[in-house]
Each structure stands twice: as structure tokens, then as C-alpha cells.
Design a binder for this molecule. Sequence first.
Ligand code: SF4
Ligand code: SF4
Length: 363
Amino acid sequence: MVTNFWYNPFLSALWIVSVIAVAIGVSLIYKGRIFCRYLYPITAPLAVIARTSPLEVRSKAMATNLPYTSLNSKIQSKKGFTLLPVINTSTSKPTISRGLDSECKYCKTRDCYKGNKETEGCPWGQHPAAMMGNSACSMCMKCTHSCPYGEPVRLLLRKPFSELANIFRPDCFEVFIVFSLLGLYSFYNWSTIVDVFYIGFHDNLVLATYSIFPFLTADAVEEYMVGYFAAIGIGLGLYSFASVVSSRLSRMRFKINFSNFGYAYLTIFVLHFLLTYSIVYLGNLGQYINIALSKIGINLYIPPNFLVDYTQPVFGIGNSEVSYESLLKGIPICLAIPIGGYISYRIAKKMTKTNSVYRSLMV
Ligand code: SF4
Ligand code: SF4
């Protein structure tokens, strides 16, 4: 019975043992941490969110913020980079950019990938010299130590979110994760809105679902089946509908629209989530300082809201008052929407130019 799952020691132990058993089973069949990458419900979202990071492990030639101009690709050629068949979509001409560093081009060992006696190879099964995305890199830095030729691969700074507009192979599974997160975050309380228009809809849905899954408890049905799964379904459903409309209008395949633009919404999720919670935690900063000081033997009392008291009204509109908290919570969404919109524009530009390049190659 799925009841009190998190508070029942036997069921909790069973859950942990099952996760370990599946992880061992999958790692015996597949290499490259497939379980962490695709199956584990915590690392799979983290892998997608890693694409927004301001850090990357890359060779210089593969760096995300490399300016992809035809001039730059000529300079790369002169410096000895091998050009890979990636179509440069930032210029109007069908030029080719990106490539391997000169050391990697002539490298015979590929220790960064395979490992050597001192250091193991990339645990995620990536070839670091040709890597273009963060989603399968844990930044363990093993490749930077195993490379026998100095440091062609290194930790680089880049513009946050810049990878999202330059994804080489958009992945439907990653977009599925993005909209599962957005759905959970945005639509978990969907039933309160629906109940305004259809009173009792939520209760009837819980009863109907319970009759299909009688081996679950009513609470489990309400929280997981109707709460979580419906929220994920709403997020995915809305985006899929938008992708169908967009593919009809643009005459592009549904899968291409679905997988490319989904990354722009990741910006909205990450910015909104990070900033909203940072703002909420700032209101309790005193409490965290008190706890940290008590751990080193200093017992002080700093009021939790010493920095900012969110409950204080800033101004009033009619009979209602607007507090600092509601005002500050508007900032993330104000930032997230234009940045997400800009990334959508970059993705659309890339897709349009990719299409025109393919069309010109086919003529
Ligand atoms: S990073 Fe080092 S080991 Fe890997 S391909 Fe390049 S030169 Fe070879
Ligand atoms: S060895 Fe580590 S840092 Fe290098 S690509 Fe693989 S996961 Fe990333």
C-alpha cells in the first residue's frame, strides 16, 4: 500500500534498495552512467539544468561563446583545428565552424576519454575534446588530469544560459523533463482554479482515479496521481499543443519544434525558481546566521527579518496593500520572460538559417 511511504521504515528501505538494485542492473548493461542520466528522478533534471551553467569543461575550439563567424573558422583552420561538420547558422553563408584543438587532432591516446594508469576515463562516457553540452558532464575534472598534452580541455567561464541557444542535438527527453518541472512548479494547484468553474471537479476526479487504482490510498491518489501527474500533464499538454500549432504554421516537423524551443522555457524555470527562493530566504537571513553562529559556539539572537521585513506594506491599491514580498516576487518573472524570449529568438534564428543552409545545399 502506498500509504505513509516516507514515514514507514520498511517501505523507505525497500525504496532505497530498489533504486540501488536498478542502478547496479543498468550499469551492468550500459556504460556511461545511463541510470543517472535518464532514470534517476533527481539527476535527470539536474543534467538539463546544467546547460544553464556559467561554467563548462571544454576545449577552446568547442567553447560555447566562441564567435562563430566565417572569419573565425578561417582563423581556426590556420591554427590547425580540424573542422567538424557543424553548419554555422549565425551567418548567412553555409560555412562550417567548430573543431578539435590541434593537440586533440593529432592525439593518439585519447586518454581524456579512455583513461590511463593514473586516472580513469570520462565516467559519463563523453569524449571531452569533442563535447558540446553540459548535460552529461559532472565537472569531475578527470579529463583535465588524464590528458598527456597539457590542457586542451579546461574549465571555462561563459555567459549563463548561452548554451541553450546553441544546442547541437536538441533532445526530446530533456524537453520532457523541462516541462515536467515547469508543470509541477506552475500547475500543482490547478484544481483550485478549475473548481471555481466546475465545483467538485477535483473531488470527482480523485474518486474516479481511486476506483481505477484501489490498491493506493485516497491521499496517495490525491497527491501523486491527481496532484503531480496532472500538473505534469498540463505543462506537457499545453506545450505540445503550442508545438503542433507552431509546426503547422512554420511547416516544420513537430519533433523539431518541440525539442528546439523547449530549452527557452528552461530559462524561465531556472530564473524564476532561483530568484524567488533567494528572495524568500533573504527574508529569513537572521535565522540562518543565528544557526550558523550557534554551530561555532556563538549564541546570538539576530531577528530573522533584520535585513528586510517582507510583511511591511510598501503601498496600497484601493483597499489592498502591496508588501515587499509580493513586489520582489515579481522581479524574477519580469527578468525570466524577456531572457526566455531572447533565447527563443536566437533558437528561431538558428533554425531558420539551418533550414536555408540545407535548402541551398540541396539545390
Ligand atoms: S584532450 Fe588530451 S587526451 Fe583528449 S583528445 Fe585532446 S589531447 Fe588527447
Ligand atoms: S571527465 Fe569529468 S569533467 Fe571531463 S567531460 Fe567527463 S564528466 Fe566532464
